[in-house]
Design a protein around this ligand. Structure first.
Ligand code: ADP
Length: 296
């Protein structure tokens, strides 16, 4: 499932599957429709029901999460093996829910406060240890809506602005010692198959590649490795991009991505990540082998 077959990750997955002798079709999830009342669940596409698929690789962008996961759920009901399950994808798209799940299981993360429209900004800031803090819009991706407030005054005005927008946001301890770098650990099953360190460009604290960051291969510590694997497992994701910061108190998780891009990680590490994803499907795909079957 992908909106655009020209995207690097989509092309790589298609090529890797064909190289291994599989038949593949790219399906635009927003063009799928279904009769959810039918006793024989099916997904329809361009005038016909889709049938004969053994596995589906969801590549659902943030803006299509709602409809994309509904289509995936329908595939799950027909017994097709999903690389990542719809429930796990929905879970990972909600930053608040994800961090709550991870913290409940003892995964390290920056000290984080959540708020909608707090009257008591002072207490919220005190809760996370005071300025400098990072303030993030919950709906943001690729570093948009992620602000570093170096002073209490700056933090107060950003919070006031977000409050005025009626936006959900989180306030986080700023991990100064990460020095503008983060780590992307690419997890498949129970393994970190590739990892890169992304460094923000000069004068920027956000290391997103879309914001001019640069990436290099990195060797993870055993603790970083196990944090990444456990985080993916807690989220229920077979394939995940786990973003970590190196803090004074060990690795802290910022986010677990359910449709991690392949371009940056393959370029930085020279690894055939797409091939490894297809290999994972070969060894794990069984009809009807879905933990949640789109429910729960
Ligand atoms: P997005 O999901 O929009 O990419 P992130 O939460 O991953 O947003 O933040 C973007 C970047 O900002 C991260 O990759 C990291 O480099 C930096 N960053 C985010 N939170 C912190 C923090 N608490 N301390 C230090 N740097 C941070």
């Amino acid at each position: 499932m992908s909106r655009n077959q020209k995207l690097y990750s989509t092309r790589r997955l298609v090529d890797a599957a064909r190289e291994r002798g599989h038949e593949v079709q790219v399906i635009d999830h927003l063009r799928c429709y279904m009769n959810i009342a039918s006793h024989k669940p099916a997904v329809h596409y361009k005038g016909k029901p889709l049938s004969g698929f053994e596995a589906v690789i969801p590549r659902i962008g943030a803006s299509a999460t709602f409809y994309g996961t509904a289509v995936l759920r329908q595939f799950e009901m027909t017994g097709v093996f999903p690389l990542n399950e719809s429930v796990a994808i929905s879970r990972s798209r909600d930053k608040l829910r994800s961090l709550q799940l991870l913290s409940r299981r003892g995964i390290g993360m920056p000290v984080t406060g959540f708020a909608h429209s707090p009257d008591d900004t002072d207490d919220l800031l005190a809760l996370v240890g005071g300025a400098p803090v990072v303030i993030k819009l919950i709906e943001g991706t690729q570093g948009v809506g992620v602000v570093l407030a170096e002073t209490t005054q700056a933090a107060e005005s950003v919070i006031e602005a977000f409050r005025g927008l009626h936006a959900n946001f989180l306030v986080q301890e700023f991990i100064t010692e990460a020095r503008g770098a983060d780590i992307r650990a690419f997890v498949i099953g129970n393994r970190v198959v590739a990892a890169m360190r992304r460094q923000a460009k000069e004068g920027e604290f956000r290391s997103n590649l879309h914001r001019g960051g640069s990436a290099q291969v990195v060797r993870l510590t055993p603790e970083e490795r196990s944090t990444a694997i456990r985080s993916a497992r807690i989220m229920g994701l077979n394939v995940a991009g786990v973003d970590l910061l190196r803090s004074n108190h060990g690795p802290v998780v910022m986010e677990v991505n359910s449709s991690p891009g392949l371009e940056g990680i393959e370029a930085a590490t020279g690894k055939d990540v797409a091939g490894m994803i297809i290999a994972f499907i070969e060894s794990n795909a069984r009809p009807g082998k879905t933990r949640t079957r789109g429910t729960g």
